[in-house]
Design a protein around this ligand. Structure first.
Ligand code: ASP
Length: 324
């Protein structure tokens, strides 16, 4: 081999190496993914019948499989979060979409938000009354408008304009929630709100939350779920969070963002940040959070007796749980 040929080969080698380095960010997460979801924090009784318990566990497991498959096949965390929440919104066991709680006037007003940690883009809807899947409209707010949050009539009208599936308000009605509502004219403890947080193979974190709110809420009341920073947050630099519980408390204490801020500004680990906020900042019984960080760690912390929850990751974890 002459000298020139030798140098050409060396140069070619370096060009290939540099090209490989440049394209590497696309695979920077080394195929790692994580998905966590919740179906609300509350007081689900330990003596519930096996059939009811299994109905919840099976639903959590089906929702988890939807998200896991998307992430395993290289899909985006945003798709995983939206599709998991769509499933839970369509499932009458949960207080989101069909199965949402009743307001004090006997109607349904639904809230949802979604956030993408790559560029901090967010979309949210509050008090929608005819949108079958509020999380999907929240995503369209994020992707198709210059705004972040639509409320009430304007949000319903946006849904009609963007062509999302709409339903009559009575679609959200379920016998169980109606019975709960008839039995009590006091705000019920929170429960069965749904949320999901995922880290995909590209290293992007997304988080979303969807709810019917709190039973017997006053018409027009908005909780934490559609409020970015309170009920939902995602930043690739730190973590993604979805909350469930007494929304008024999660708003006052800026819970989802506070967890991210503790990591960003105080160097807390995900576990330290979640535990600080849930155990030291919020009062006992306020609710729970699920969270995933940029390295693939996850947390599911709650101070109620139960929180429907599930986790799957690329290390083979796949589990669903209800109590502590
Ligand atoms: N956080 C929701 C709200 O206050 C309720 C819940 O999580 O159950 O609207």
């Amino acid at each position: 081999m002459n000298k020139n040929k030798f140098f050409s080969i060396i140069i070619l080698f370096f060009v290939c190496f540099i090209t490989f380095q440049i394209t590497l960010p696309a695979q920077q997460n080394e195929g790692k993914y994580v998905i966590v979801l919740h179906g609300g924090a509350g007081g689900f009784p330990k003596d519930a019948t096996d059939s009811l318990k299994n109905a919840y566990l099976n639903s959590l497991s089906e929702a988890l499989s939807i998200g896991k498959n998307i992430l395993e096949n290289g899909g985006s965390s945003l798709d995983a979060v939206e599709k998991v929440i769509n499933y839970l919104e369509d499932n009458p066991l949960f207080n989101a979409g069909k199965g949402g709680v009743f307001t004090s006037e006997g109607k349904h007003e639904l809230d949802a938000s979604i956030m993408f940690g790559k560029d901090l883009s967010t979309g949210a809807v509050a008090g929608v009354t005819i949108i079958k899947n509020p999380i999907s409209l929240a995503r369209l707010v994020m992707e198709k408008t210059d705004h972040v949050l639509f409320a009430g009539k304007g949000a319903d009208e946006l849904g009609l304009k963007l062509g999302v599936p709409v339903v009559h308000n009575s679609y959200f009605h379920t016998e169980d929630q109606y019975y709960n509502w008839l039995r009590s004219n006091l705000p019920k403890q929170p429960g069965e709100t749904v949320g999901c947080v995922a880290l995909d193979k590209q290293g992007n974190i997304a988080a979303g939350t969807s709810t019917g709110g709190r039973q017997n809420k006053m018409p027009g009341r908005v909780g934490d779920s559609p409020l970015i920073n309170a009920g939902t947050y995602a930043d690739n630099k730190t973590c993604g969070v979805s909350a469930t519980g007494i929304g008024e408390l999660f708003i006052r204490y800026t819970v989802a963002y506070r967890i991210s801020a503790l990591m960003e500004f105080k160097g807390y680990s995900l576990k330290q940040a979640c535990e600080e906020v849930m155990y030291k900042v919020l009062p006992e019984g306020a609710g729970g959070i699920i969270a995933v960080d940029k390295d693939g760690n996850y947390e599911m912390v709650f101070t109620t007796p139960a929180m429907f929850r599930a986790v799957a990751n690329s290390n083979g974890i796949f589990k669903t749980e209800i109590w502590k």
